[in-house]
Write a protein that binds this ligand. Sequence first.
Ligand code: GDP
Length: 469
Amino acid sequence: DGMTIVELAKRTGESISALQDILVNVGETVDSEFDPLGIDIAELIAMEIGVNVKRLHSNVGAELLPRAPVVTVMGHVDHGKTSLLDALRQTSLAAKEAGGITQHIGAFVVRMPSGASITFLDTPGHAAFSAMRARGAAVTDIVVLVVAADDGVMPQTLEAMSHAKAANVPIVVAINKCDKPAANPERVKLQLASEGLLLEEMGGDVQVVQVSATQRIGLNDLEEALLLQSELMELKARIDGPAQAYVVEARIDKGRGPFATAIVKAGTLICGQHVVVGAEWGRIRAIRDMVGKLTEKARPAMPVEIEGLRGLPMAGDDVIVVESEERARMLSAGRKKKLEKDRLQKVGEERMEIANPSEEAPERVEMPIIVKADVQGTVQAVTDALRSLNSPQVFVNVVHVGVGPISQSDVDLAQACGACIVGFNVRSPPNSVTLAAARACIKIKIHRVIYHLLEDIGNLIVEKAPGTS
Ligand code: GDP
């Protein structure tokens, strides 16, 4: 399992004695440089010397069993992603058993009468998908591409296709709103085909299903198509042994601390285990399923909410199991240090760019922004989307992010740094806050669609610096 110091030295190009010094610094002792180090220790050392390590969980000798597919729903705004997820959620047996009630934990499982199941990520849209992928979390196995039968292929349909393609994730097309008189599924198919999607009925391997989310038509066909796709992919996972999981959503509950929804990719997560989640750590105090029921364990493809973390992780963070609290603390501290180092380096690079603008480059306009959103996953997605506006002329400086409604303290901070405040999927702030913002000439922008938000901020940038963009 573990690597020896000698091997680590060979792989990293550091001297054995330098590595031994680091070992002593992190409070570890090994008798001989030929003794294997634990994986956590190897990761710590690697972080100290600034190399990235990827944990490769060995599946050698472990029994691999079929697992449920994890599915993300993408498509153009208003084509029915949310409605489709709502409809699918209600087909879940677990939801039925719980009287139709599922908690919003960022994912849900549909269990089919055959015993097979499908896990759906409950954050529609490609922003969340790409935010996860940007953090290295390959969680999605299949993308459901929703296209409204009366509207056809639109810009975000194409974007979703590109995202799926870039991530090498197969698509199942759901032509939605087929109940509408203006529905024209055949036209949609032709459009998709002309965009290069190889549809099954035209000799390709992309399945197409016609549905109506609101009339609940074709949901079963869609689920069957997803199961067929997943059988073709032969999705398998190791069931036994330490869990490897990813955070899909995180939130803070007043008084009860941080909660994270995670989907296990391999192994089994067990209550009571010490974990490192991204740069945070903790001991799992409780595991709950999608209807809020306490459970002892989480197996592959099962979304669960875990309680007991010391800080708020981010969507896309990995969850790893370590042997003790000591280890958890140490790894978390190491990862935080590395994050901070990376951040400083980035800031440094940005400063350099500002300090040495190339000759013809016009002055770079800075756009300080505060981001507030409903859940951590959205905060992340919005922040990443805003940063995508950066260019040699424009510096979108996200000065603060947070989960929850826009508050007086956000306004205070905005005033201090001349920022505008973006609220995504949050309610309008209370009147007192709106008034305070108006008095201080602070712009508050509330949006529910990333695309509209980017358009709006784009306009602000142009206002600030005529001639940009
Ligand atoms: P999203 O932006 O892709 O999440 O789209 P929504 O799920 O919010 O749906 C946008 C609008 O289309 C809403 O008014 C829905 O009620 C409506 N809608 C969604 N699915 C259907 C459908 O199958 N048939 C009809 N007639 N309307 C639908």
